[in-house]
Design a protein around this ligand. Sequence first.
Ligand SMILES: C[S@@+](CC[C@H](N)C(=O)[O-])C[C@H]1O[C@@H](n2cnc3c(N)ncnc32)[C@H](O)[C@@H]1O
Length: 188
Amino acid sequence: MPGKTFTRDWFTKHIPNWMRWLRRFEHQPVHALEIGSYEGRSACWMLDNVLTHPESRLACIDPFQAADGRLARFLANTEEYGFRCRLERAPSSLVLRRSGHPLYSIVYVDGDHRTSMALEDLILVWPLLATGGVLIIDDCDGRGGRDRRPLTAANAFMDCYEGQFARLRGGETPGQIALEKVPKEEPA
Ligand SMILES: C[S@@+](CC[C@H](N)C(=O)[O-])C[C@H]1O[C@@H](n2cnc3c(N)ncnc32)[C@H](O)[C@@H]1O
């Protein structure tokens, strides 16, 4: 991305899948939420390629606790989007419990990778996701110790919320799970 500064790239390999999963939101006025933004690589890509409608917005949640320059790079990299990109500098567990969220069409969970915290993020974002919206969960490659394995959280979530989503298939790169929210069946 010309004019931007990044030191890490966990994202580029997923772009073919993201195009497939998110193309339908291009030029639509939608709200997106990203938990875990780092230097803004995935955020900038969404803003440039999916959130292209002038009324589309991206909310980023990241506490930016590490004093390693990532916050300064995030701010510089996202400056050009102005109010279309908003940062909540706090842990997701605090922000997601607040009221006043819009219904999001896209949610990307890539924040605290501890298994319990990843599960908490999934449970807290689900009511905020619109029907027809897409939830993408990162780092579901099964690596990491037992207490740091988002795949365990994703599997537990999918077991408990069965019937409320359709799994979107990805091609080239494994390691992410994408779920489309489907209308909830009310008990008879
Ligand atoms: C893997 S990086 C995100 C990468 C980014 N999505 C990208 O593709 O370039 C994980 C980020 O999650 C953030 N993070 C850690 N704990 C968090 C929490 N409780 N809530 C939100 N973000 C958190 C970290 O500060 C870090 O910037």
